[in-house]
Design a protein around this ligand. Sequence first.
Ligand code: KIV
Length: 261
Amino acid sequence: MQITVPEFRAAKTKGAKLAVVTAYDYTSARLCDESGVDAILVGDSVGMVVQGHPNSLPVTLAEMIYHTKCVMRGVKQALVVGDLPFMTYQVSAKQAVRSAGRLMKESGAHAVKLEGGVRMRAAIRACVDAGIPVMAHVGLTPQSVHQMGGFKVQRDADALLADIAAVEEAGAFAAVVESVPADLGAKLTASVTIPTIGIGAGAGCDGQVLVFHDLLGLYPDFKPKFAKRYADLGAAVKTAVESYCNEVRTGAFPAAEHTFR
Ligand code: KIV
């Protein structure tokens, strides 16, 4: 059964922790879905872990629609949230509705995510009024990396409490909370009725999200402190591809069982 937005939101009242992971293509989405995640975020982190950029700023709406479409084909149960990329919603509430509408309509995503608290209140409200479920994102907002002076832990408790209150009031059904001290993550979580999905925000959040490539040890460029590696698939891939190269070079592959007669 497909997990719906109201069910995802209601998990907080039931005290059920939410497990969210990012995915960007059919195969990884299918593997995550079959592993029982509650939601898949098609994050604009695709710009770093798939496209190789130093941040998510270059990602376009057309690319997010493409990746979200691929993910949708692999998912039967998880809630799928598509990320709105940089400069596709910050200009005005109207622009936010247009971009979120395109992402939902063209990809089939169940909801969208956008970054920002108080300053995104009008955009969130306009999307929700148009029937578009919005997951908010407060704390470290990677699309503002240059304004924030880098990927830094956010510690301004008053500003963050105002941000999370604003997104709840505007109608967001959940909020990602990124890179805040654990006690502040717990405080933000206790201050709202919507679930908080933490990434580097401590165990007090209502759920957690990890980037697929971080969880599996596939992204060599950078390992954030908050990312736990549950496997070292990067090393496994290298060993497998090296074996393949050796076998091609020695003639061991293809063997009889890989050959048509
Ligand atoms: O783009 C992304 O993957 C995200 C998560 C890190 C929350 O925003």
